[in-house]
Every structure is written in C-alpha cells, then in structure tokens.
Design a protein. Structure first.
Length: 565
C-alpha cells in the first residue's frame, strides 16, 4: 500500500521542479512511511510513498523505472498503489512468459511492467487482467503515452486534476494536488484513462443490470468463494492481523483466517505473538461497549492476541479537524465512524503493517437496518437493486473510511468480501434469500453458511444484531458528537451555509463542512452526501429507521450479546 502522484505537461510547458513534486508527494507520507522517491523527466514526473508489504527490500522501491530492472522494459516507468493478488499467475501468462524476462523483485507491482510490454499499448488488453486493489499510472516514453487505472470496486483511491495550461495530475489523495489544479475529480472505479480515449470502463459485471439473467449459485460456492478471497489476502511478507469489531463480518473473516492458518500453515510473520496465540486482532470502543465485549469474546474463542483501544468522547471530539483533513470528506455518517477507526488503526499499526477487515458484506447481503423495511413480496427485486446502488457508492463511503484511516498510520487494509470473484458469486444469490422476512434477521443466509462447528462461531456472536460502528462503539457516541457540533455552530453560521453545494441540514453537518472548506477550498463538489442525508435515502422504499441526522432511535436495537458463550 502506498501513495502515488503523477504529473504530465504538454510538450514545451515547464514542468514543476523536482523539489515541488517531492513536496506534493510527501503530503501523503503517512501512506508510505518506508520510502519516498520521485522520478522526473522533461514532460512528466512520478512520485511514490512506499509502505512495504510484498518484498520489503529496497530492490522493490518505486517509482518503477523499467530500464533499471531489465532492458526489455526500457522506456517504461510506473507507480502502483495496492496489491495485485494474482501477480504470480500473471507472470506465468503465455504472452508475459514469451518475453523471457524473470521478475527482478518479489513485489507484485512489477507485473504491471511485464503486462504492458507483453500486451502492447492498449490498456484494454491487460488492465482487466489485474485481480486485486490498485491505482496505477504507467508511462511509455517511446510513444509519449500514459495510462492511469483504478481497481474495479474503488478500494484504492485516485484523483484526477487538470490546469488551464493543460497539465494533468493524478494522486492517491486530494491533499496532494487540490491547490495545484483548476479542477479535480474522483477517478471512477473500474476505469482506465489515456489521453486518446479519456475514461474507459473495463469493469461491467453481468449482475449490474435490472434484467440480468444469472446462473444460480450454491451455498458451497458462496462459502468457498469467501474462503478463497480471505486466502488470497493472507499474502504478505510482513506481520499482519485483523480488525475484529465483534460484528458478524469481522468474526467470519477472523474465523476463516484461523481455519486457513491451521490447515495450510500460513505464516502471520508476527514474532511478538505469545506461544499458543495465532495472530493479532484489534477492536475499539468506549468503555465496555457492545463491540468491545463481543470482540473480546470472539478473540477468546479463536485464541488470538487481542488488543483494545478504549477512547473517551472528549479525546474523540478533539480529533474532528484531523479526521476531516485525513478523510477528505464532510459526509456526517462517514465521519462519525472515521473517528473510532482512526484510533483503531493507530493501535494496530504498533503491531502489524496489514490487516484484513469485514468491509462490504452489508452491501452484498443487505445488512443495514433499513433493509427491514424492504418489500418482501417481490422476490427480492427491490432489495437487489438497492444492493447494487449502495455497492456502487462504496468507494465514497466505507472504502474511503477504511483506506484513509488505516493509511493515516501506515497500515494496509484488505477487504476479502469485495474480491470481485466473490462479489460475482454473492450477486448471483437468489435475492429473495436476502429479504428479511419469515423470522429471518439481517444477513441470515451468511450467518447460516458459517454456523457449523468447524468455524468456531458461537451462536451468541453469529446471530448478534448488526450494529453500525458509530453505534457499536458506545451507546452515547452519536449523541455526544451531535451535541458537541450543535454548540459550535451559531444559527447565523448555519443559515449562511445554506448557500453552499450540498447545503447542510444540521449543525453537525455545517461544522464538518466549515472545516472541510477551510482545508480544501473549492473542492466541495465531489463529496458524496447520501441521498436524503443517510444511506437509506436513495432506496426505492421509505425507511422508518433513519432521518437525515441518523437513526431515529440509536437505542432501538440491542447490540449486546444475547447469550453467554
């Protein structure tokens, strides 16, 4: 995981001096504390802030300069952020193998050079082959062409900016380029970009259509698909662990990690784990909150070396300006959950360099509370459409939070539920099986798939009610942050904010917005605020659970363990 920047100028235009390129790149230094470098040529510059995960030796440092690796790659250079999980298979691809060039490093990123040289100048031939999470920019000096690309789901961030002089800039974070561009936009997930084509969509899954006719899927395929997704993400050359909230998704992820480790002897590279413990797990909350208690219980069952970050409302509220800067958003629902995640990542980074998380399961299996209000008599059609809608916004919501908060502390987060092969399987499930009816609870199917004894998930945890993290970390957290923000925004300030793009509906929103506008002036246009002010606002049905300010009653659902372990 890393931070990347790429700058391109028209022929004859003055490029930014190297010291400026380096300074812009180092605005993202928390993303990559292990190594920083830039590569500057007459018409372009590449910068890279490295977090070393695969091949942590200096040999694998970036920017990748092809001529320094092998004469075959002369003229090619690249910066890559993320992980290419199938890089070994791609190195064995017939066209790549025909080059006769062995890899020079153990880094997954190097495969981008091999693919570009083997498949030629058309990125449509090789970008779709990449299986993983990534944002990349590759340059071919011989042709003057360059390509930028972002992974299918948008797990890794990328921004695209331009100036009136024709300069184009790409960066992992807004903070690196916002004040050097006349306009900035999000680089859309599942797309690549070239000067000749503009943005081209390469990820168009067959399930993403109202009239999709999909082949059926078995329970074994669903279960096996997730297990394989977890296995792929246990690829590392450095210590790693897992974020364990005590909710269903993280409990399943950790359970599968344990099963794979015991059956396949996978190495967690953690020399500081006491004898008898498997790997590090981490949780966050206020006092004995529901998440803290549930995660503690699950860690005991699994036998992990478990760590807890207990925070107070006072220290969390003081962190709000930092969180707005790091997250680069003013979306209220997102920011509430960013704060505990910031504390959690800070803790985890003291022990490991990479973690697995449970992000994405709610979008695939209808896990949010407003799905209780979904139609139950249409065979799941409305529910499936809503799953697709919120899945398409993940890169502006949960994935933004997961990336920014972990990378604020040089920690990589991997998300097995969003493996594209598994997503294709999950979206083929009969949607009627995901509908909450006939005594089912949310994500009933997913719970049942991992209910056998081999996964060591006690019923009290397996069937614990879903909690949004901003609720599960402590029952008073949402009220505390709303009250705090109300006290800091006057009626006059709130009224003045109504003239802005995405006008705030509450003083909490206005407070975040004021901080954001000060840090990122003119950049308010691409922040995604949930329709109606909350996640459920764009659904085809009305939800009784939410208003724009959040849950109507944060205490309406009991997230406590319902039975002793």
């Amino acid at each position: 995981m890393c931070g990347i920047i790429a700058i391109f100028d028209r022929e004859g235009s003055p490029l930014l001096v190297e010291s400026t390129v380096k300074a812009l790149s180092q605005r993202m230094t928390t993303r990559g504390p292990d190594h920083s470098a830039v590569y500057c040529q007459p018409t372009y510059a590449l910068g890279h802030e490295r977090l070393s995960i695969m091949d942590p030796t200096p040999t694998a440092n970036q920017p990748l300069v092809g001529s320094a690796l092998h004469t075959t790659f002369g003229g090619l250079s690249a910066v890559v952020n993320g992980e290419i999980y199938n890089f070994k298979e791609l190195l064995g691809d017939p066209k790549v193998a025909a080059l006769g060039v062995p890899p020079s490093t153990g880094s997954d990123s190097e495969v981008v050079l091999h693919l570009a040289r083997a498949y030629g100048p058309d990125p449509a031939a090789w970008v779709p082959l990449l299986h993983g999470m990534f944002a990349l920019v590759l340059v071919d000096e011989a042709t003057g062409e360059y390509v930028a690309a972002r992974d299918s789901v948008g797990i890794k961030p990328l921004y695209f900016g331009t100036t009136k002089s024709g300069r184009q800039m790409f960066a992992s974070e807004l903070k690196a380029i916002h004040d050097h561009c006349d306009s900035v936009q999000l680089f859309p997930p599942g797309h690549y970009y070239t000067k000749a084509t503009g943005f081209v969509k390469f990820y168009s899954p067959p399930w993403d259509a109202d009239d999709a006719d999909l082949p059926p899927v078995t329970d074994d395929e669903v279960r096996g698909g997730l297990i394989e997704a977890v296995r792929l993400r246990m690829m590392s050359d450095v210590p790693y662990g897992a974020l364990l909230s005590g909710g269903l998704d993280s409990c399943i992820t950790c359970s599968v990690m344990k099963k794979l480790a015991e059956e396949q002897g996978l190495d967690f590279h953690s020399t500081d784990v006491p004898k008898g413990k498997l790997f590090h797990t981490f949780t966050v909350g206020m006092g004995n909150s529901p998440d803290i208690m549930a995660a503690r219980a699950m860690a005991k069952v699994l036998g992990t070396e478990h760590h807890e970050r207990i925070f107070t409302a006072e220290e969390a509220l003081a962190l709000i300006p930092t969180i707005v800067y790091r997250s680069e958003t003013y979306e209220p629902e997102l920011l509430r959950s960013c704060i505990p995640n910031y504390f959690l990542a800070e803790l985890a980074s003291k022990y490991v360099k990479m973690v697995l998380t449970g992000e994405g399961a709610d979008e695939l299996f209808s896990g949010y509370q407003y799905f209780f209000d979904a139609p139950s008599d249409d065979g799941g059609k409305a529910l499936q459409k809503e799953n697709r809608r919120i899945f398409s916004h993940l890169h502006q919501a949960n994935l933004l939070r997961a990336d920014r908060m972990t990378m604020s502390h040089g920690l990589e987060a991997r998300v097995p539920f969003l493996d594209t092969t598994f997503v294709d399987i999950a979206m083929r499930i009969d949607p009627d099986r995901k509908v909450i009816k006939d005594g089912r609870i949310e994500k009933q199917m997913l719970r049942d798939l991992f209910s056998s004894a081999e996964y060591a998930l006690p019923s009290a945890l397996l069937y614990r009610t879903k909690a949004m993290q901003c609720e599960g970390v402590g029952s008073n957290w949402v009220e505390a942050i709303q009250s705090h923000c109300e006290s800091l925004v006057s009626d006059e300030e709130f009224e003045a904010a109504q003239a802005k793009t995405n006008p705030p509906a509450t003083k909490e929103e206005a407070y975040y917005r004021g901080i954001f506008d000060e840090m990122y002036p003119r950049m308010d246009h691409f922040v995604h605020v949930w329709e109606g002010g909350c996640r459920s606002g764009g659904a085809a049905w009305a939800s009784k659970a939410y208003t724009r300010a959040g849950l109507v009653d944060p205490h309406s659902v009991n997230h406590e363990l319902q039975a002793p372990l």
